[in-house]
Design a protein around this ligand. Structure first.
Ligand SMILES: C[S@@+](CC[C@H](N)C(=O)[O-])C[C@H]1O[C@@H](n2cnc3c(N)ncnc32)[C@H](O)[C@@H]1O
Length: 390
């Protein structure tokens, strides 16, 4: 009889669990045991690695356990497993361009989130974003398969995850569907964990959570996103904080296969440039600053703007065509605008406020979704609020 995936993977899974323990991502014994017992290679037999081809184009190169060896599936790395068929173009026998639609999350991020979720024996959990099924396997190892519900927008991912979970003897409840609507008949849940990001916490998740239950998700707006850990209160509100664990997830989509193409207005012509203290280096260096900018400027998006003469810049842009950008190289303390100059002024005000407040980290900020749907972020020390409703 050939050895089981658990037997084959055990030395690697044990080493991964030890690594995550040393890094502080795994903090309790039950999660150390779960990580050491689930063979990640059974969920990620192949994946795509980003590389730049000889024409300077970024491509996804297919890799597999059979060619790269078992250890490759047990690194603390995100392994991309799906590409959007609307954007994926094959460039050679084993490489594609395109937008990633599914992955096995970075194990240290997954471990940090599972610890933050604070599950207890007997808890029922809903996971949004089944993907490969690896996290559903970890939850099943920790809580028992009967306690675990997991859903993904893509039927083929759910089918594949089911097969792989079966292969290691787990049968949690799986279904295909839009996870932002939750799983009404499966609830109420003690814990909800989303491994895709949302622009705001869906009402369905709060409704399907038991009072006192906890939900953990990435809330991402146009500039940046953060992980929030919220508890459901007796009145149907969800209230909590940004966690010290930080990481980004793919956005939840409403189409099972592709991301919709974003409609962007024509950009206003360049108006003028002026000196600024908010540089591209500040954007890169300070995650809590980007988070604060995201929540104070919820309809603004951050993109990289590439120009043959100007080089690469960080650009903020808004739906009315206004934009402002700061170069990554060259004259770094210069901002160039088009349209409403107030866009950059607002960003500079957030930068001044953050410095004046002594550069608070993300866990100094709270996030609340009231029972009536109104949502705001607030600064714990003085209660300042930024309304996100609508
Ligand atoms: C980062 S992957 C999840 C990783 C997964 N937990 C694992 O262990 O492999 C994100 C997943 O979210 C799924 N997804 C995207 N939009 C969704 C939606 N609206 N509802 C449910 N799942 C969604 C994607 O198909 C993708 O598989």
């Amino acid at each position: 009889m050939s050895p089981s995936p658990q037997e084959v993977g055990r030395p690697y899974a044990t080493a991964l669990a030890e690594l995550l323990g040393r890094a502080g991502a795994i903090r309790t014994q039950p999660w150390a045991t779960a990580f050491a017992s689930v063979p990640r290679h059974a969920f990620v037999p192949q994946w795509y690695e980003q590389e730049t081809d000889n024409r300077g184009i970024a491509v996804w190169r297919r890799r597999s356990v059979s060619e790269a060896g078992l250890a490759a599936a047990y690194q603390d790395t995100t392994l991309v497993t799906g590409l959007d068929p609307a954007t994926a173009e094959q460039v050679d026998a084993s490489a594609w361009t395109g937008v990633a639609t599914s992955s096995s999350t970075l194990p240290s991020l997954m471990a940090g989130m599972l610890e933050d979720l604070d599950v207890q024996d007997g808890h029922r959990v809903l996971e949004i974003g089944t993907g490969t099924g690896y996290n559903a396997a970890l939850l099943s190892a920790r809580l028992g398969e009967a306690a675990v519900h997991s859903m993904d927008i893509a039927q083929e991912l759910v089918d594949l995850a089911q097969e792989r979970l079966d292969s290691i003897g787990f049968q949690p409840q799986l279904r295909a569907g839009d996870g932002t609507l939750g799983w009404p008949e499966g609830g109420p849940f003690d814990r909800i964990i989303a491994t895709c990001s949302v622009p705001s916490v869906p009402a369905a998740w709060v409704e399907q959570l038991r009072p006192g239950g906890v939900l953990l998700t990435d809330v991402t707006l146009g500039i940046e996103g953060g992980l929030v850990r919220l508890s459901r209160g007796a009145g149907g509100e969800a209230r909590g904080y940004f966690t010290t664990t930080s990481g980004r997830f793919m956005a939840a989509r409403s189409d099972a296969r592709t991301y919709p193409v974003k409609e962007r207005p024509e950009r206003a012509p360049a108006a003028r440039s002026r000196p600024t203290t908010l540089t591209a280096a500040q954007f890169h260096a300070h995650y809590p600053l980007r988070l604060l900018l995201a929540f104070q400027m919820p309809s603004t998006e951050l993109v990289y703007y590439v120009d043959e003469t100007e080089g690469t810049s960080i650009q903020l842009q808004r739906g009315d065509g206004s934009w402002a950008r700061v170069p990554i190289g060259g004259n770094r303390e210069l901002v160039t605008f088009g349209g409403d100059e107030g866009l950059w002024k607002q960003a500079e005000e957030v930068w001044s406020w953050w410095n004046y407040a002594d550069r608070p980290a993300q866990d100094r900020f709270g996030y609340v979704r009231e029972a009536d749907g109104s949502t705001y972020v607030w600064y714990l020390p003085d209660g300042s609020r930024w309304d996100l409703t609508g």
